[in-house]
Design a protein around this ligand. Structure first.
Ligand code: ATP
Ligand code: MG
Length: 286
């Protein structure tokens, strides 16, 4: 394999357990350089029927860091994101080869429950998708399903904490029983993020989370992403080079299903090793 297709991140944290604990680990550092690997991708090849969408992707994704996936439309960003929480399992004809190790455990192992994987690794989509229920019930949905609280007071507290962490509490505290569908687009996206946070995911995957939002709502979400990385590992797909530069500490550039180059966002945007990366980030193709 081309050296440029490997990554320069750190060794994974070895964890003997094959279970996926619910609580996020203690934060050791917010520095990308010192952050341990949270997810290691080894030789990922993804297919839709006969069509191959990803080719031998190897990448370490560090904890407490925002990693941006960039590249032209159709290069496989969403496919790879969906590999990370087994969402491709739900697409007929799709299959993925290779290992995806979260804290050393392969999330595709037969003994791992995909529902548990999707709780530990939450996903936020381009289009906000509140459930057709109240704001409170949207947030309470995951904790109720997974029985993550004791009393009603505990649940109330969890709902409030999640909404506060998503910077939405002040805007909705007087209308918790109103439908989540009645919120603005930017508020709905923060509601979905709060719903994701309510089950304490270790990883949050975001697929173009701001592409339908105005600049003010985008700024809210970007500020939130920066706060969230203190406790989580975040992967964001974005078509905005400015956004990748603003929110991420690591960047991975893809082209036609291949990981071309990855490294610190500073390096990728100021001193990319490959002309192909330079051409993409300066808008010469893609
Ligand atoms: N459900 C599917 N069935 C068949 N092919 C698919 C499916 N989803 C994606 N593909 C194909 O896999 C390749 C990668 O698609 P993917 O959606 O991962 O790209 P992307 O980088 O996220 O693009 P965009 O920036 O437009 O969202 C494309 O060729 C696409 O047509
Ligand atoms: Mg996509």
């Amino acid at each position: 394999m081309d050296a440029a297709m490997t990554t320069d991140t750190q060794q994974p944290t070895a964890r003997p357990s094959r279970t996926m604990p619910m609580a996020a680990p203690a934060v050791t550092s917010t520095s990308a350089a010192a952050a341990p690997t949270r997810i290691r991708l080894e030789h990922i090849n993804a297919f839709y029927g006969q069509k191959q969408a990803l080719f031998d992707v190897n990448l370490d994704i560090p904890d407490n860091t925002v990693t941006a996936f960039i590249g032209a439309s159709g290069c496989g960003k969403s496919t790879l994101l969906r590999c990370l929480n087994r969402m491709n399992d739900t697409i007929p004809g799709a299959h993925v080869d290779g290992a995806i190790r979260m804290d050393g455990t392969d999330i595709n192992s037969p003994e791992i429950d995909p529902v548990q994987v999707r709780t530990r690794i939450g996903m936020v989509f381009q289009k906000p998708n509140p459930f057709p229920m109240s704001i409170y019930d949207n947030i309470a949905y995951g904790p109720r399903t997974h029985k993550l609280y004791g009393s009603k007071a505990d649940l109330d507290e969890l709902v409030e904490r999640s909404l506060r962490r998503a910077a939405l509490w002040d805007e909705v505290k007087d209308r918790l029983n109103k439908s989540g569908l009645g919120l603005s687009g930017g508020q709905q996206q923060r509601l979905v993020i709060a719903r994701t946070l309510a089950v304490s995911p270790a990883v949050i995957l975001m697929d173009e989370p701001c592409s339908a939002l105005d600049p003010i709502a985008t700024a809210h979400i970007e500020a939130l992403i920066d706060q969230l990385r203190e406790h989580t590992c975040i992967v964001i797909v974005t078509h905005s080079m400015a956004q990748a530069a603003r929110v991420s500490q690591r960047t991975a550039f893809f082209h036609m299903g291949k990981l071309i180059e990855s490294g610190s966002t500073d390096q990728i945007f100021t001193m990319p090793k490959l002309d192909q990366t330079q051409d993409y980030i300066t808008g010469r193709f893609g």
